[in-house]
Design a protein around this ligand. Sequence first.
Ligand code: PHE
Length: 461
Amino acid sequence: MASSTQHYTHGQWTSRLVFVFAATGSAVGLGNIWKFPYMAGENGGSSFILIYLACVAFIALPILSAELLIGRHGKRSPVNVFRRFHRDYGTPAVWRFAGWLGVLAGFLILSYYSVIAGWVIAYVFQAGAGAFANATADSIASNFNGLVSDPERLTLWHTFFMILTVAVLMRGIHKGIERVVKYFMPLLLALILGLIFYNFFVGDMARTMNFMFSFDFGKVTGETVLMALGQAFFSLSLGMGAMMIYGSYLPDSAPLFGTASVVAFADTLVALLAGLMIFPLLFAFGMEPAQGVGLIFKTLPLAFSQMPGGVVFGTLFFFLLLIAAWTSALSLLEPIIAWAVEHLAWSRVKASVTAGAVAWLIGLGTVFSFNLWQDIKLWDKTLFDLLDYLTSNIMLPLGGLLVVLFVGWMLPGAAVRAEAGFRSERLYRLWRVVVRWIAPAAVVLILFHLLGWEIIRQMMN
Ligand code: PHE
């Protein structure tokens, strides 16, 4: 496909390692540390976790490699990549709507992601000012409630986070993202491990082990499975073009599936470690796992309030979490920015500022859904809940489904085989079967089966 590259100066990561850091930076974020523990807490702990692990291994990992494959093979933004395949291979032109679906999901996710990241910023300052020293579970909870019920403070921090995101995106992918992730992600991991170590002394590890790994399927419902699937997509940044655009910057020499496995493994590890960081504290202080979105904001400060050096560690922790959120946020807007630069010939600055402004505006809806609009509900969900449900549980699985179907059935087999670069023929065949049949069937089953039931249930009510 050399003939059509001359108009584009598509970037590339400096090395495979840099890609791994950037993709892990995209994957590891609020999804692992904020969302995974409260989802597990609300959906029965161990059964959710086991289903989650199965979703990652059998559905999300094959889809991740498929998504990277499309990106690296087409070397375009997620919308134009489908146009290019249409031109080069005659695949149907309508596939470009798969790209647009992803762009839309990116805006919607960033709009609320930025609000939650705003809470993290608020916590960096509070922890730094010593607000959690000698605090109690009650005072910490009421502090959190005070924050989310204040639309002005939320808007301020949401704005702040969006500016941070746009400021890096403006500069392009190299100077910003690469440098930040290389140093800060390992530090975040070290701090999480440190907190887990601390939990061995003050937390309730025995109960945590039982809660996270006892695998009691009594509480599993169809909804649990959909939640776990949605969480796997969200956590691996799948189904919206982020991995596609990052894959398009991946050097051709890197083995695709192996690289995808490293990213999926790292992401899953951080999620499990986040559980081991949160639950022992929660149980030791007699709190409920089903705390919802405030979970980490109500539990972690308890640890920091009592440990020696808690002010320093607390501040550092929320700061590193902010960085993790930031490297994820960048990947949420990169697809649309790449498209605007490529297709509309906009400058990166113009594209980044415009996209950030749109996401910011939508984000105000999430800000208000925690206070002024908290009683406005549709299907028993606030606007934030709806956005989260719609993106994680519907749009991302749908986007991922389109991605594997495209790789499995639309792209020429020879191109896929060469791009996937498996050394073992057997492994390739297995992967191919999963991509063509198993992953799509699983997503279809979970998604449409459950949505079908949900719609019927709503109609009966
Ligand atoms: N994976 C990120 C997280 O876990 C969120 C994200 C979703 C980023 C989709 C990009 C695309 O926090």
